[in-house]
Design a protein around this ligand. Structure first.
Ligand SMILES: [Zn+2]
Length: 115
């Protein structure tokens, strides 16, 4: 049996008052708290976008072609203002995403064979 609780819709004043309380409890201003919440929400990639990017990249890693452990990667980092649009997203497997994160280009020292 499913019990559904109906709550009367809150007024904007009530919602704002609650948000201000939450902000105060975290020791930040109301504006900072609203911004923080907006960022948190934006970081989550909507399901439709996920599906679109996965379909576009044939459900495989764009670097190595792996079809397991796929993740969506922001081409332009989200932390630097990159958006959640399909153009800024690509499919990477965990291994490639991890190596991209480190972005260590280890060039093997070339050995001189023509001695
Ligand atoms: Zn890969």
């Amino acid at each position: 049996m499913v019990i559904v609780f109906y709550r009367p819709p809150k007024s904007w004043e009530e919602i704002e008052a609650e948000d201000r309380e939450k902000a105060a409890s975290q020791g930040i201003t109301y504006t900072a708290w609203v911004e923080k919440r907006a960022k948190k929400k934006a970081r989550v990639i909507p399901k439709e976008i996920r599906r679109e990017v996965l379909a576009r990249d044939n459900h495989q890693c764009v670097r190595c072609g792996a079809k397991k452990d796929l993740t969506l990667d922001h081409i332009f980092p989200f932390s630097k203002g990159g958006s959640n649009t399909p153009e800024n997203l690509q499919v990477l497997c965990k291994a490639c995403n991890f190596s991209k994160g480190n972005s260590v280009t280890s060039k093997k020292a070339e050995t001189n064979k023509n001695e």
